[in-house]
Design a protein around this ligand. Sequence first.
Ligand SMILES: Nc1ncnc2c1ncn2[C@@H]1O[C@H](COP(=O)(O)OP(=O)(O)O)[C@@H](O)[C@H]1O
Ligand SMILES: [Mg+2]
Length: 369
Amino acid sequence: MSIAPGDTIGILGGGQLGRMLALAAARLGLKAHIFAPEADSPAFDVTPLQTQAAYNDREALARFASQVAVVTYEFENIPAATATLLTNWRPVFPTADALAVTQDRLSEKAFVGSLGIATAPYVGVDDAGSLARAVAQIGRPAILKTRRFGYDGKGQAFIREGSDLGSAFRSLGAAPCILEGVVPFVREISVVAARGQDGSFAAYDVCANEHVQHVLSRCAVPASLSPDTAGQALEIARCIATKLQYVGILAVEMFVVDDPRVGPLVNEIAPRVHNSAHWTIDGAATSQFEQHIRAICGWPLGSTRRHGSIEMRNLLGEEVSQWRDLLSREGACVHLYGKREVRPGRKMGHVTVVGTENPPVETSGSGQN
Ligand SMILES: Nc1ncnc2c1ncn2[C@@H]1O[C@H](COP(=O)(O)OP(=O)(O)O)[C@@H](O)[C@H]1O
Ligand SMILES: [Mg+2]
């Protein structure tokens, strides 16, 4: 089925990512229908087409599918069964298969490893006994993470010398987990890229990411990497997207270590638009949100050309109270998500500044389509 302006995109999830996807769809003459369980979903504010229902509400999903031309999602924690069910009625991009691999940290790591790409050392953990064996194998310190449903550092426990393993496992609800060795990274980076239905591929320049208490705080592009490392990071993203036969935007989070013989290690894959590419709204020829819409509609991908050097800061929790001051800053592009409740670490908005420095060396050959 070919999709044209005037058609409706279905989006599962009503957070700020769904909101920015709906706004990008509107710019392309498309309508957006948001399906989300929470009444106060920020994405509900920007489109009249909405369904408030649970992700396992089969009737609501069927009705939703009948009202949209294509389905996508704003986060990977929707049940894979929901994506599979919707596939009976409408195209779903990224596919339910890509979602299944990337929403489980264990299958994701196994998949990345099968491509010959490095990750942190890891072992699956199903119970307290296997956690003890895993710690013996990986050593301390290590990070215990739930296989599913983690985000912004939620669902993680740090295992130090002397940490009690039983209580660490119980603190994560005794859910199936993965134990990872701690990577001594010097920098965290991400590659956000799109793959089209025709196999076309377009990556944005590599972004350097700083986290505060596991939540993304600041992004900078260029990431000031060696051209070699930047090239390897882009190639990793391309390889992953190709092997998943991916359609849409995906983000690959990576660690860079202080050893020129070791390439970037993949931390996780996000099968969706990603916080580390919010800068593309103001700082690139095509925003990641528009690019995602183009890809899922089977439309040509846009240029990922960057307008200048980028600094993006998240407004976390109370930082959003500075909005009035930020609005009066020269060159600050302020985005507010309209969330009523301010909680510590909650993503309330972001600010992008596009500088006028010369394009960095690493932009050459960076995977433009
Ligand atoms: N194996 C690891 N070694 C070192 N730091 C890690 C490791 N895993 C996670 N971290 C840190 O914790 C942050 C959040 O972990 P991540 O696996 O990306 O989970 P999520 O983003 O889903 O909460 C990472 O961005 C990184 O700063
Ligand atoms: Mg992460």
